[in-house]
Design a protein around this ligand. Structure first.
Ligand code: ASP
Ligand code: MG
Length: 419
């Protein structure tokens, strides 16, 4: 019998009525003949409240005790959903991370899953019971302590459980009905995608289409877990709830997408990130070791640099421009100011009112001219491009933030993504 993992986020389990609704979604899949493991988040707002209490109790709290506290939100919803399932005649029991066990390292608050033991869980499913797992949590076995996976971590729990159970699919129920070609709040003609490749999703997720925890997509890609994003808001018994293609977006292997499309789309989506900042170091000597002297100290300060552009020098001097998260802007400038004597630059400039817009698509691997078309279209709208980077499946442009919406809309129609 095919196994299915179903994951429900905080808004889907926000109160008893919604938990009953989740139980009906589970019932539908059980009746369709699946063995089901469910992974739940805490009720929406709960984890924030628990985190707040820890901070209130002591700003210097022990991270292991923090995990003991914040993991409790998921313990509650896993038990409640098991109760709701039994109530409607679906045999179920709850599983805490340590009971499975879901083994992690000891990085409390941001632990990584080492492995999930599928044996007891699988036996429970084989006996006809639904397994309801508390997401977000695991155990560090040597110390015997509860761990949590970082905010949004129950997506990662669900994918890890799906890999361990060799599930046919991991369904992520959330408050949107899938992954869109771009943010529908910016482009009303944005379309829901039927399928997205893991690589594309990684680019979209880290660039602002915040549907899934990025780590869960990495894990899904490594273990080839077909991950299906769908809405928990639809009626569990509606006809479209039964037809997978109509219900959401499947994140899967590139081959599966190729096999289902005669003519592949060149561009799949347009992502954008407004929380980017730009720093330019002007007039540095163009000699070996300069880039190292700039970027090693930034890395040591745990500042994540993204786009890097260096101009060629005419007079033996060069400019280096890079982007970083706006949150690290002031810190990065301070790090570089301190290095003024060593790096010997003429000027340090920066801007936080910039946005990175990215055109993403696995089809770019086999099609030329994607970037050049964008240059023309953006120029026609008077949008200045500050920096450009490309990879095999992505072209990114750094532009002034005030042009974000115009740029995204322009590119969305340029590549034929408008509905
Ligand atoms: N409850 C946790 C959080 O709010 C984990 C999750 O919901 O994925 O971050
Ligand atoms: Mg989430």
């Amino acid at each position: 019998m095919a196994r299915l993992v179903m994951k429900f986020g905080g808004t889907s389990v926000a109160n008893i009525e919604r938990i009953r609704n989740v139980a009906r979604h589970v019932k539908r899949e059980v009746e369709a003949g699946h063995q089901v493991a469910v992974v739940v988040s805490a009720m929406s707002g709960k984890t924030n409240e628990l985190v707040g209490w820890c901070k209130e109790a002591s700003p210097l709290y022990d991270p292991a005790e923090y995990d003991a506290v914040v993991a409790s939100g998921e313990q509650v919803t896993s038990g409640l959903l098991a109760v709701a399932l039994n109530e409607i005649g679906i045999p179920a029991r709850s599983w805490q991370g340590w009971q499975v066990p879901i083994r992690t390292d000891d990085a409390h608050g941001a632990a990584r899953i080492l492995d999930v033991d599928g044996a007891r869980l699988g036996a429970a499913l084989d006996s006809g019971q639904v397994a309801v797992l508390a997401g977000f949590q695991g155990i560090h076995e040597e110390s015997g302590r509860i761990t949590t996976l970082g905010r949004g971590g129950s997506d990662t729990s669900a994918v890890a459980v799906a890999a361990a159970l060799k599930a046919e699919r991991c369904d992520i129920y959330t408050d949107v009905d899938g992954v869109y070609t771009t943010d529908p709040r910016v482009v009303s003609k944005a379309r829901r995608l039927e399928k997205v490749a893991f690589e594309e999703m990684l680019e979209m997720a880290s660039l602002g289409a915040k549907v899934l925890q990025v780590r869960s997509v990495e894990l899904a890609m490594v273990h080839n877990v077909r991950t299906f994003v769908r809405s928990s808001l639809i009626d569990p018994d509606a006809p479209e709830a039964h037809v997978v293609e109509k219900a959401g977006t499947l994140i899967c292997d590139e081959e599966e997408i190729m096999a289902s499309q005669m003519e592949s789309q060149v561009v799949t989506g347009i992502a954008f990130a407004k929380d980017e900042a730009q720093i330019s170091i002007r007039g540095v000597e163009d000699k070996p070791g300069i880039a190292a002297s700039v970027f090693i100290p930034l890395a040591d300060a745990h500042i994540n640099v993204d786009m890097i552009v260096q101009t060629t020098s005419a007079d033996g001097f060069t400019d280096i421009t890079f982007t970083l998260p706006t949150a690290d802007f002031e810190r990065a400038k301070a790090v570089l100011e301190k290095l003024r004597e060593t790096i010997k630059f003429r000027e340090l400039q920066g801007d936080t009112e910039v946005t990175k817009v990215s055109v993403i698509g696995i089809g770019m691997r086999s099609h030329a001219g994607v970037a050049s078309r964008a240059f023309g279209a953006l120029a026609a709208k008077g949008i200045n491009i500050r920096a450009i980077t490309t990879s095999e499946i992505k072209v990114s442009f750094l532009i002034d933030s005030e042009y974000t919406e115009l740029a995204v809309r322009t590119l969305h129609s340029l590549y034929g993504l408008d509905s």
